[in-house]
Design a protein around this ligand. Sequence first.
Ligand SMILES: Cc1cc2nc3c(=O)[nH]c(=O)nc-3n(C[C@H](O)[C@H](O)[C@H](O)COP(=O)(O)OP(=O)(O)OC[C@H]3O[C@@H](n4cnc5c(N)ncnc54)[C@H](O)[C@@H]3O)c2cc1C
Length: 314
Amino acid sequence: MKTLEKTELGQFTTMKIGGVADKICFPSTIRELIDLIDKLMSKNEPWSLVGGGSNILASSQNIPGTVICTTGLNLIEQLGPDLLIAGAGVRLPRLSAYASKLSLSGMEFFEGIPGTVGGAVVMNAGAHGHSTNQILETVTVLDLKKGKVEVLTLKDIIFGYRISTINPQEQIVLSAKFRMVPDTEAAIRTRMKANNLARRSSQPIKDPSAGCTFKNPIELNMPAGKILDSIGAKNWTIGAAQVSSIHANFIINLGSADSQDVCKLISKMQESTFEKYNILLKPEIKPLGVFKESEAIIWTNADQTTNSSFIITK
Ligand SMILES: Cc1cc2nc3c(=O)[nH]c(=O)nc-3n(C[C@H](O)[C@H](O)[C@H](O)COP(=O)(O)OP(=O)(O)OC[C@H]3O[C@@H](n4cnc5c(N)ncnc54)[C@H](O)[C@@H]3O)c2cc1C
């Protein structure tokens, strides 16, 4: 198995932030992943899981233990006329391009989302009015509590807005089956192109980021980006972390940002929103690694902050 030692995790996150990890392992088969987890758990060693690293803020401090990166689990197969199976590490744009070539529709919204199948299932990734759960048939997980591989149907998982009941600390997504709808390749491509164009005109896709920083709050009928724009957050800068001038819910890394810069900026965005609207924005971005208590406070009240190596220090 490909293994990197004492390597900066930042190169495997879309925000390009992340300190030196003791080990980063890239299993290329499910067997390798299961054996690795078995070994780490039997020795009680810390570990964490990353897919495309496109929805995490990794700490700039050293990251203890083993980071398991799923991108080697990258097989796609057509199982039936309208059924696809994809490994947890398959990148979403590759999967939607694959489906379009088979004239299968349903994944056009994956275009431009830089995550993997595992991350998309756990986060219930979505865009343009569609979300991952709408096309899922089953999800195969390694259940760490039960110590076995299980196939979950939609009855076994609860999905919400950017959330699911799959907890990466207890269930690792190994693969997912997707139910598709036949259409012409040309029509599918047209929709993918439109999605891409919409993204290009409204998001800072050329800058390193982790996508939307906050979830849209349910208390207010306004997206987090609009709320932040209304308080003048665009271009706020702390260190080398900046609120994008294109989309106020994106924090971009100007080059040398560290996790402290980002935490401070998130804190400022939350405090200013609270002052004006009396609501606490909840981060969509998940923490990985070691954070000071004063930084970790930004995840207080987030719906799901669990991550196996999210450690808080004084
Ligand atoms: C430019 C940009 C645009 C984006 N646009 C969108 C968008 O339109 N819609 C949207 O929903 N998101 C968007 N995102 C956010 C992100 O791409 C999605 O949330 C994506 O689903 C995350 O997948 P990932 O593989 O990168 O997960 P990671 O960031 O690697 O991990 C996220 C969480 O999932 C867990 N996880 C990862 N793989 C597994 C697995 N196999 N089993 C169990 N747990 C796992 C991790 O432990 C972590 O807790 C965007 C991000 C960027 C940078």
